[in-house]
Ligand binder design. Structure first.
Ligand SMILES: *Cc1c(COP(=O)(O)O)cnc(C)c1O
Length: 468
């Protein structure tokens, strides 16, 4: 049967059965290929070979006039696409901060893919609304955030920053008597945005998209670990948003929340926290001290596709006062039925959106409080082991390893860069480079459920080999 007959409108009974059999066969093939991919993930080199990447052109060519059988499409995607993936879902990927995908979350992702729900409105998908509602409650409790928080499920921390900062923009201008959603920023009272010297580029990007200007951020100097120095906050006057971060993308360090919130709130400023991966420290008893005072802020952004280990893409925005988020994100049309229940689009920039609550719910439900704590603790212990092993090898650790991030120098900048290149070429594991206080460094981020102690030891050996 041809792909063009895939929908079964007007199909005879016999044809419908054929469609069903063909769907089953295709989905079973997809499962078989996906499972084989997962089973070979551990043994393969982490970054694809040059040949595998160059073969990707075979997926292109002229746009075909005729269709292809779905099984053939799947075969091409697997045989050409799979070898060109980065094994970031595997156990020895320590680049950026990526996490993996817990089995329950990947399975949930497949099932939710079959549902193909439009998760913008409760009336379009009650299950999507319910999964978000339940996950929101569990997450608020887990992070110790104010009970009344509104929660938006978005694509990542950049959009979570954008979403929460849109609520912040609404709030600080409302206090100045200005309705920014109705009247825009042109002619509005001036907003001062304060951020640390080490503010993440994603928050800067979000501020730019909100018309608050990438270059207008008043930068507060940071200490040796990259923490904002609260005592150097400027005097706050008029509509002001303070952007702090929990979990520096290089060092893992946390800005001092208590001090920043005290100063900012005394000046009636809004405090937003970029906590893309750092917020998950709240789930681990031994790291909970790092998030002390964080709940005093007004909004928070985090990622689920990093440390919660759900498939891409998934981020979460929390806003203490829901009316500011709803004012920023609401939209009205006569045909938009407003239910009694949660309408997800009131909390996010997107209207139509996928049921991303499914994977978050699956992660939380499958781990429970204890196993989630164990995941975070284990990754932090592994980061400490990397630091200890590299130090024992004679190399310099540039940060205080408080969480899951390790910065190491192998000597001169050129030498460090050579070691990173050699490590990446060998393929046992993958780490990226960065610059820390003007020095080249290799950055190790441990954030995957799949990483075992043996993977850490194998990777350490590879690092030391690359440095030799
Ligand atoms: C990863 C990260 C971001 C951006 O998150 P995305 O999910 O890539 O949008 C923002 N802030 C910090 C601190 C991060 O680590």
């Amino acid at each position: 049967m041809k792909a063009t007959r895939w929908n079964c409108f007007g199909a005879e009974e016999g044809e419908m059965k054929a469609v069903r059999t063909e769907t089953r066969d295709l989905m079973e093939q997809a499962t078989e290929r996906a499972v084989r991919y997962l089973e070979t993930l551990e043994a393969r080199r982490v970054f694809p070979t040059v040949e595998a990447v160059s073969l990707l052109t075979e997926l292109g060519g002229p746009f075909p006039a005729g269709g292809s059988e779905p099984t053939e499409v799947l075969r091409l995607l697997d045989e050409i696409g799979s070898p060109a993936t980065v094994a970031s879902a595997g156990p020895r990927y320590f680049g950026f901060v990526t996490g993996g995908a817990l089995p329950a979350t990947l399975a949930a992702n497949w099932l939710a893919g079959a549902w193909d729900q439009c998760a913008g409105l409760d009336v379009l998908s009650p299950v999507s609304s319910a999964l978000e509602e339940i996950s929101a409650r569990w997450l608020i409790e887990l992070f110790g955030l104010p009970r009344e928080c509104a929660v938006g499920f978005v694509t990542g921390a950049t959009m979570a920053n954008f979403t929460a900062l849109a609520a912040a923009r609404n709030a600080v201008l409302e206090r100045a008597g200005w309705d920014v959603e109705a009247d825009g920023l042109i002619g509005a009272p001036k907003i001062t945005v304060i951020g640390g010297e080490e503010i993440h580029i994603s928050a800067v990007k979000a501020l730019g998209m909100l018309g608050l200007g990438r270059n207008r951020i008043v930068r507060v100097p940071a200490d040796s670990q990259g923490r904002m120095r609260a005592e150097l906050l400027p005097r706050i006057d008029g509509p002001t948003i303070v952007c702090m971060q929990a979990g520096n993308v290089n060092s893992g360090a946390f800005d001092p929340a208590k001090e920043i919130c005290a100063v900012a709130h005394a000046g009636r400023a809004w405090v937003h926290v970029d906590a893309a991966f750092g917020l998950w420290a709240a789930a681990a008893p031994s790291r909970a001290h790092l998030v002390a005072g964080l709940s005093e802020a007004d909004s928070w952004a985090t990622d689920a596709h990093k440390w919660l280990n759900v498939p891409y893409d998934s981020g979460i925005a929390f806003v203490r006062e829901d009316r500011h988020l709803k004012a920023a994100m609401s939209a009205n049309a006569a045909y938009l039925v407003r239910g009694e229940k949660r309408d997800p689009n009131l909390f996010t920039p997107e209207m139509s959106r996928r049921a991303r609550g499914a994977e978050i719910w699956a992660a939380l439900r499958s781990l429970g409080r204890n196993e989630l704590a164990d995941l975070i603790e284990r990754n932090c212990r592994m980061a400490a082991r990397f630091a200890e092993g590299l130090k024992a090898g004679g190399f310099e650790i540039l940060n205080e390893v408080v969480l899951n991030q390790v910065l190491v120098s192998f000597g001169e900048d050129a030498k460090t860069r050579e070691v990173i290149a050699a490590l990446q070429a060998e393929g046992t594991c993958w780490c990226g480079g960065t610059v820390w206080h003007g020095r080249a460094a290799m950055r190790i981020a441990v954030s995957s459920w799949a990483t075992a102690e043996a993977d850490v030891e194998r990777s350490l050996e590879s690092m030391i080999r690359a440095a030799a």
